[in-house]
Design a protein around this ligand. Sequence first.
Ligand code: 5RP
Length: 220
Amino acid sequence: MTQDELKKAVGRAAIAHVVEGGIVGVGTGSTANFFIDALAEFRHRIRGAVASSEATRKRLEGHGIEVFDLNDVDQIPVYVDGADEINAAMQMIKGGGGALTREKIVAAVAGKFVCIADASKLVPVLGRFPLPVEVIPMALGHVQRELSRIGGSPRLRANFVTDNGNLIVDVHGLEIVDAVALETRLNQIVGVVTNGLFACRPADVCLLATGAGVQMLTAT
Ligand code: 5RP
């Protein structure tokens, strides 16, 4: 199976986790797009969705799915999103698509986080994928110096502005042994809006697409 076929399979499998009559939180990226396309067939059985990016909002609306502002919603039973890396503890690196801040906000509200990924995303140690950090533009120099002090090699993502009007710095060369500690530490750098570690609020379940089918993983 190609990587796209795996992503499509896992996007469809996530429909089983959507709560009928509820609002579904929807992530961003190519795997999330396959989920959105599958959700279109299910749209009459949900109240609507909350989107984690403008791209996701447009795709949902293109399928006739009502998109709610997060502030108009009290409860999101389930959030479905992809990941750039996930480990056995269900901790993730996210933000390859630059939507990490809104993804983290929607995930914080959701009762259950369902990560959808192809098998290439499951790793023993997080950090081979460069860690995205969203930065307020005027703090760029300061944040890059602080990230270097922590031991990473920060690189500004070229020609990219987030939905929130900020910049993304991708931090290379980190071997992340204690993801909760690093997520917390990076949040203390003035000028950092969010970092792409999802460890303080990991996924509850990972649906992992393999050549042998979709497996359901929980934290070990
Ligand atoms: C976007 C994300 C995505 O979930 C992550 O980049 C995975 O993307 P894809 O499904 O295209 O591999 O965090 O900000």
